[in-house]
Design a protein. Sequence first.
Length: 208
Amino acid sequence: MGHYSECRFCKIIKGKYQYNEIDRPFLNDGEFVAVASIGALVEGWSLIIPKEHQLSMRNAYNKADFKDFVSHAISLLNRFYGPLIAFEHGSNNEGSNTACGTDHAHLHLLPFEGSLLLDLQNSNLQWDKCLTSEIPDRVEEKEYLFYSELGSKKSWQDPVGYLHILERPISQFFRHLIAKQVGCSEASDYRQFPFLETARQTYKVLAR
């Protein structure tokens, strides 16, 4: 494990919670956990985290237990918060800015009734439509951004989304877009604005 023992998400998986109940998984089964996200710009913002230390989710997307676990999380989030989007900042290099300061894979799920598609089109980045099952072959060892609009779907099977393969690291790309849409661009950096009370409320709702 080496320095992985210092990874914040590895500590969560071991039951060492920096933010008390916020870091306590509201779902914990098999190879994955789900936790409330710090820096949440909206209540309900959650993370799917593999228990095994890895840098991106690319090798998880085709696993049956991943699909089952995320389907459980989606159903729970839908029940309390409504339509969802999903995204990943797919880092495949230790210390990359793409990882937003966390060198451990995680998929974001959050309530969002709008759409980021127009923002993607206007971002000057090349986006290709793809299924999550296609991500491993498309990205190989490269870093990437992935976005999918789940809406009110009750399960995660093989959702379609939009993939950009990065030429250079980009930090908190989707967070900046969401912050702008919800009217708080000045608070888009989760390290400066952790929104702990929002994350705490998410945990209280989802851990019932």
